[in-house]
Structure formats: structure tokens, C-alpha cells
Design a protein around this ligand. Structure first.
Ligand SMILES: [Zn+2]
Ligand SMILES: [Zn+2]
Length: 136
């Protein structure tokens, strides 16, 4: 699969090649800040196939966690592009809203961090639910 996308203001552009490993929605408390309160839609992609072709992102990593994710986002408009987790450095977690054509996502297969979900969060029928991150 070949994907292109970028942030809302256009300062960041990326290209990604390779297979989509999984498609999901994340209900963790951190994603709630970024999404505006709902879950966050993402796909897991091999990190070797991903490159920024315009601009470089700002990053944020919490210092109070054992294995914190690093979030990459546009310093100008604030759009979150992706997350990298030390749990699996071969993969990155790309935010669906940044794709030039978000329709290619086709919907999530898995809902993760349901332990953090709010009572009003929605999970479609047939989407597998997991309490945390897949594989620990
Ligand atoms: Zn931007
Ligand atoms: Zn999350």
C-alpha cells in the first residue's frame, strides 16, 4: 500500500509504503486529549517505509512513564501525525485524519485501551475490544 498525507496547514507532508499491520481505534486517555474526547483512529505501519517529505515534526514524550510513546505533530497547526512506541520500534501508529484519502482506512478492526474508555465512547459491532495495547 502506498499512502500520502500531511498536517492541516501543509507544513508537514509524508509518504508511506508497505503493508498495513492493523487498523484500530485507541480509547486511551492521551488520545482523548488529542481527538477532542472520542477515540483516535489509526493504522499500524512498518516504520521503515515511512518518511517525511516536507518539514520535520515537533515531538512529545512523557517523562513519568516507564515505556512512553513519542507523539509527532505539526508545531504550526498542532495536527498529530503519528505515534512511535518503544514496545515495537519496527512499527508506527499513523493517525487516519492526516491521510490525503482517509477513505482507504475502511474502518477499524480492533479497539484498544478500552480500560480508559468513557461511557459514551462508541465501538462498532464486530470490532474486537482489548483492555490495553495488543501484546502487552
Ligand atoms: Zn501543520
Ligand atoms: Zn491512544
Amino acid at each position: 500500500m502506498s499512502l500520502t498525507g500531511g498536517c492541516y496547514c501543509g507544513a508537514l507532508r509524508y509518504e508511506a509504503q508497505g503493508a498495513v499491520r492493523f487498523k484500530g481505534q485507541c480509547h486511551c486517555r492521551e488520545c482523548q486529549y488529542i481527538s477532542g474526547g472520542a477515540s483516535n483512529l489509526f493504522m499500524g505501519l512498518g516504520s521503515e517505509g515511512f518518511a517525511y517529505v516536507k518539514g520535520q515534526p515537533a515531538t512529545f514524550t512523557r517523562e513519568d512513564l516507564d515505556a512512553p510513546a513519542t507523539r509527532e505533530f505539526c508545531a504550526t497547526c498542532g495536527t498529530h501525525i503519528l505515534t512511535r512506541t518503544p514496545r515495537d520500534t519496527s512499527m508506527l501508529i499513523l493517525k487516519i485524519g492526516t491521510l490525503d484519502d482517509p477513505k482507504v482506512f475502511e474502518g477499524p478492526q480492533i479497539a484498544i485501551w478500552m480500560n480508559d474508555a468513557q461511557p459514551y465512547h462508541l465501538v462498532a459491532e464486530g470490532v474486537m475490544q482489548m483492555p490495553g495495547f495488543p501484546g502487552g
